[in-house]
Design a protein around this ligand. Structure first.
Ligand code: NDP
Ligand code: MG
Ligand code: MG
Length: 332
């Protein structure tokens, strides 16, 4: 069984007197920076000039170039998009990563797939919240936290583990539970989860259900409610009480339909294909293709993105959500 650490287990303050540079101020960056500052730590931000820079200054941070922030910092947290980290690391960070400093990540991709090879005389760890940055901030503000994984890749100082745990506590995750893992496990399970279930699996399931109803002549608005809008209500019940808890809240008719039709949608063939996806992640093929796609200026990525954005479920959904003022788009 995995060991879970909570605030009460943590008598550590391995970040006392240290300066933490948060590099990047996007989804994760803003949440880590604000939570760590509220927890009493000394936080500065490393960025290029632009939207995020203005935002971080507006939030009251001292913002520097990535160079300067990493020069000043003891702990450098890499919160740039994964595919940009390698270049920024080589050009703006490596030279400031002097002996005894820490290099931290929120996802193991670049270390595990050896895109970044840090010097041997620094600590390298990850603290990966299991939720989007906006939730990491929002739950912290309510006194709670988003659970996180942590892992140590290099422990030069002998304190890497304590620093990682202190960091996890600082962003509020120890209020919910911090689980120990390694870079390989975090990277592979994270990629698999987002591809097969959380993002890829769910968006494809929703679209297929919506298209089936619309192609059969039902009104798109009803199809939207049945296949997208209500999903949140069901997922909330699963989040609170597991599959059993969710099934207690739905009608027996819905539950019987779940039992007999669910396995017709997701069958043994689906699981075989999930295993293929996992294999592509484990053997590095997915990572290689994504790195290549970025080197080709994201030609396919942009093409698919614009096709997805013009799907009719998006047009119908935008219209319907405007009629539901209680539905807020809080990721903007
Ligand atoms: P975002 O895309 O939200 O933010 C990226 C930030 O990096 C922006 O502030 C952007 O600033 C800045 N940036 C981009 N390029 C540069 C550059 N060349 N120099 C300086 N700053 C730059 O990233 P995420 O928060 O989504 O991801 C960060 C890390 O967190 C990744 O490792 C990801 O895997 C991990 N993670 C993300 C989760 C999530 O929910 N999003 C969940 C758990 C982990 P600008 O405004 O200038 O573009
Ligand atoms: Mg991920
Ligand atoms: Mg119903």
């Amino acid at each position: 069984m995995v060991k879970v650490y909570y605030e009460s287990d943590m008598n550590v303050n391995a970040l006392e007197g240290k300066t933490i540079a948060i590099v990047g101020y996007g989804s994760q960056g803003h949440a880590h920076a604000l939570n760590l500052r509220d927890s009493g730590f000394n936080v500065i931000i490393g960025l290029r000039e632009g939207h995020s820079w203005d935002l971080a200054e507006k939030d009251g941070f001292q913002v520097f170039s990535v160079h300067e922030a990493c020069f000043k910092a003891d702990v450098i947290m890499m919160l740039l998009p994964d595919e940009k980290q390698r270049n920024v690391f080589e050009n703006e960070i490596r030279q400031h990563l002097t002996s005894g400093k820490s290099l931290a990540f929120a996802h193991g991709f670049n270390i595990h797939f050896q895109q970044i090879k840090p010097p041997v005389d620094v600590d390298v760890f990850l603290v990966a919240p299991k939720g989007p940055g906006h939730l990491v901030r929002r739950t912290f503000e309510t006194g709670a936290g988003v659970p996180a994984l942590f892992a140590v890749h290099q422990d030069h100082t002998g304190s890497a583990r304590d620093i990682a745990l202190t960091y996890a506590k600082g962003i509020g995750s120890a209020r919910a539970g911090v689980l120990e893992t390694n870079f390989k496990e975090e990277t592979e399970t994270d990629l698999f989860g987002e591809q097969a279930v959380l993002c890829g699996g769910v968006t494809s399931l929703v679209k297929a259900g919506y298209e089936t109803l619309v192609e059969a002549g039902y009104q798109p608005e009803l199809a939207y409610f049945e296949t997208m809008h209500e999903l949140k209500l069901i997922v909330d019940l699963m989040y609170e009480g597991g599959l059993t808890g969710m099934r207690q809240s739905i009608s027996d008719t819905a539950e019987w339909g779940d039992f007999v039709s669910g396995p017709r949608v997701i069958d043994a063939g689906t699981k075989e294909r999930m295993k293929d996806i996992l294999r592509d992640i484990q053997d590095g093929r997915f990572a290689q293709e994504w790195i290549q796609e970025n080197e080709n200026d994201r030609f396919n990525y942009q093409k698919i993105k614009s096709q997805e954005q013009s799907h009719s479920i998006e047009e119908v959904g935008e219209r319907l959500r405007k009629m539901m003022p209680f539905v807020q788009n809080r990721s903007k």
